[in-house]
Design a protein around this ligand. Structure first.
Ligand SMILES: [Zn+2]
Length: 217
């Protein structure tokens, strides 16, 4: 059985890994791979209000493609990009789109978790909302899980005392990823299995089954 990497920016191909490569459609010279599983969104670092309508139109078109498995990464970042109220507007549009095409959202969130939770409540979002690269404290993670978010852990679980490492021990509601780091997905699975005191094979099976449930496409 393959490893499943829910979020990466690298195009590294391997028979042992099914990965979802993430693209921001804020770059109009971008050519999406025709068949590989990808996610597409307007990343909060690069999305801007001025060209949002044009970018969003290209995004809407791209989301029809069967190899587009998720919308994102999109989300909120207090430290980078447009002012937060504008980021919220752009995120909300992408949520409406995800609901329309019935594909999960893969979310980037930096220092804007209350705002992200408020958006989820306000819009009563039905598609799965996966927060990628969760690396905050355990309590916040638990709160997000209680709110119905799904978490994805990456390199943060390589540090035994991180919030992500603590949280992963008491939940089975997560995916694993490499994002833009140089660690391999095999190393991430190994670390997760160690923390959870389970076999890598069991983790792979559980994660693949959950992915099949989430991705209706
Ligand atoms: Zn990323």
């Amino acid at each position: 059985m393959q490893f499943f990497n829910i979020h990466t920016h690298h195009s590294l191909k391997s028979e042992n890994v099914l990965s979802i490569q993430s693209f921001s459609l804020t770059n109009d010279s971008l050519v999406l791979p025709p068949d590989d599983a990808v996610s597409v969104g307007l990343h909060p670092w690069y999305a801007n209000m001025e060209r949002f309508d044009a970018d969003f139109e290209r995004l809407s078109e791209a989301t029809q493609r069967p190899n587009v498995k998720m919308i994102g990464e999109c989300g909120l970042d207090r430290l980078k990009g447009e002012p937060l109220p504008d980021q919220i507007l752009m995120l909300e549009k992408q949520i409406v789109l995800a609901e329309r095409v019935r594909k999960p959202l893969i979310l980037h969130c930096v220092r804007a978790f209350p705002e992200l939770m408020a958006v989820k409540d306000k819009m009563k979002v039905n598609v799965p909302m996966i927060i990628h690269g969760f690396n905050k404290h355990e309590e916040l993670g638990r709160q997000l899980l209680d709110k119905g978010f799904v978490l994805s852990f990456g390199a943060a679980i390589l540090k035994a005392d991180s919030g992500a490492s603590k949280l992963i021990q008491s939940t089975d509601n997560f995916f694993l990823e490499t994002d833009d780091s140089d660690v391999t997905i095999e190393e991430i699975y190994e670390a997760a299995a160690n923390l959870k005191k389970c076999y890598v094979g069991d983790l792979k099976a559980r994660i693949f089954a959950d992915w099949k449930k989430l991705a209706y496409v």
